[in-house]
Ligand binder design. Structure first.
Ligand SMILES: Cc1cc2nc3c(=O)[nH]c(=O)nc-3n(C[C@H](O)[C@H](O)[C@H](O)COP(=O)(O)OP(=O)(O)OC[C@H]3O[C@@H](n4cnc5c(N)ncnc54)[C@H](O)[C@@H]3O)c2cc1C
Length: 401
């Protein structure tokens, strides 16, 4: 394992850091204030920022080199530190067209899409012209076990007819979201892991109805939002099916590997920022005749945070490196480990930073509250902690028997 970053990665880290300093940090608060005051509207400066990022060559960096013409040529290990830099501002990754759920959807379309599907949906996504959503989770079934998914996808002549109810579809409220990838069952009688398929559904398809946005810890996370959605006899051309009937699980597995590296590295960036904020704050506030930085309990919180961030970073880089060298399947235990460790670490570190900031830490004047919401949500989204522990525990026991 070699974590000496390539020259290309180092140069991009420098460039991205400079871009963040010049263009993103100055607008950090304005973005947050705008989206809280103007629900479901996109921050007016966003398109300008995206164009600047494109012009600077900081665009679509997430797709690994094996994606050929679609990739900017980075490995997962080279991209990982860039995701951490973007993660320091909770909304920044979209400026570089590197935000979930589009990244996962673009990866699916680049890997499994037909030339027609790529032309219609991948190109505008990669150009940043549209956004997208991924519909798997359903309110009626325990969706952390994806074999429970009940939405039906039934062939009818040249079309598929889709019926079901989804929720937690991130991005569904964004006015620029034009397409969804939907997971459902094409054959409930097939073997357990080949009952499911994935299909492309345009956001304006007849019968697709957004029922309501869901709040996450009291915020709508506008403009992306997370919606509950009804699919009532939605008809799409049969050519919208991805790969073929029964391929849903296989596609879902492939989709989540690099996506977990991205989430984890963004959370590491958020935790680093929280640590930096803690370190500054404790030299600016005094209680009982001493700077906060003089208290042993405060120093311990800071020291523990530093250790935990570094541990989490090394584990995540190890996972990225293993994906690069041996593929997602071989890296599955490390991917499970980071999904268990990193969001929990980010919540802990951010929580310490909140505590050290007092009342300031829970209000909108720092990014800490949004960081915590992100970390806490990721302990559930993309598979709850327990599911990863369940699988990692099983694999670990097996490895000794
Ligand atoms: C902010 C946010 C964004 C999301 N975005 C999307 C999205 O874009 N698209 C999408 O399809 N979904 C999305 N989700 C949904 C998310 O992926 C699901 O909530 C998650 O997979 C869990 O499914 P569930 O809610 O049905 O919980 P359930 O399956 O009902 O599980 C509930 C709890 O049971 C426990 N549990 C489950 N299995 C085990 C086990 N083996 N051992 C011990 N305990 C266990 C866990 O504590 C788990 O949290 C999002 C969720 C959130 C919070």
């Amino acid at each position: 394992m070699n974590f000496e970053y390539s020259d290309r990665s180092k140069a991009l880290q420098e460039k991205l850091t400079a871009f963040m300093q010049e263009h993103i940090y100055p607008l950090e608060r304005a973005y947050d204030d705008f989206v809280h005051a103007n629900e479901w509207q996109v921050f007016p400066e966003l398109e300008r920022l995206k164009q600047l990022a494109k012009d600077a060559g900081l665009w679509n960096l997430f797709l690994p080199e094996e994606y050929g013409e679609f990739s900017e040529g980075l490995t997962n290990l080279e991209y990982a530190p860039l995701a951490a830099i973007m993660g320091k501002v909770y909304w920044a990754s979209q400026v570089f067209n590197c935000s979930a759920p589009d990244t996962g959807n673009m990866e699916v379309l680049a890997k499994y899409g037909t030339p027609e599907q790529q032309d219609k949906w991948l190109k505008p996504l990669m150009n940043g012209e549209i956004r997208s959503g991924f519909m798997m989770t359903e309110p009626e079934v325990a969706s952390s076990d994806a074999t429970n998914i009940a939405t039906s996808i039934v062939r009818d002549g040249d079309e598929y007819v889709i019926n079901g109810r989804k929720w937690w579809t991130t991005g569904a409220m964004n006015p620029n979201t034009k397409v969804f990838i939907v997971m459902g069952k094409t054959d409930p009688n097939a073997a357990r892991h080949v009952q499911q398929s994935m299909i492309i559904v345009p956001a304006d398809a007849e019968g697709l109805k957004i029922l309501r946005p869901l709040r996450v810890f009291g915020t709508h996370e506008s403009p992306e939002g997370h919606a509950e959605i009804e699919l009532d006899n939605v008809r799409v051309p049969a050519s919208n099916l991805l790969v073929g009937e029964g391929a849903g699980f296989k596609i879902a597995q492939g989709r989540l590997g690099p996506g977990r590296i991205h989430h984890c590295m963004r959370l590491i960036g958020a935790a680093e920022r929280a640590l930096e904020m803690m370190c500054k704050r404790v030299t600016q506030r005094s209680t009982f005749g001493k700077d906060l930085s003089q208290y042993s309990s405060i120093r311990q919180e800071i020291a523990k945070s530093r250790c935990e961030i570094e541990q989490a970073r090394l584990l995540t880089l190890a996972a990225a490196d293993k994906i690069d060298r041996f593929g997602i399947k071989e890296a599955k235990d490390l991917i499970a480990m980071i999904k268990i460790v990193v969001p929990q670490m980010a919540c802990t570190v951010v929580d310490r930073a909140i505590q050290i900031h007092g009342g300031l830490g829970v209000c909108q004047d720092t990014p800490l509250a949004m960081f915590w919401i992100y970390g806490r949500s990721i302990r559930i989204a993309d598979g709850p902690d327990e599911v990863h522990m369940y699988q990692l525990g099983r694999n670990t026991i097996k490895s000794f028997n």
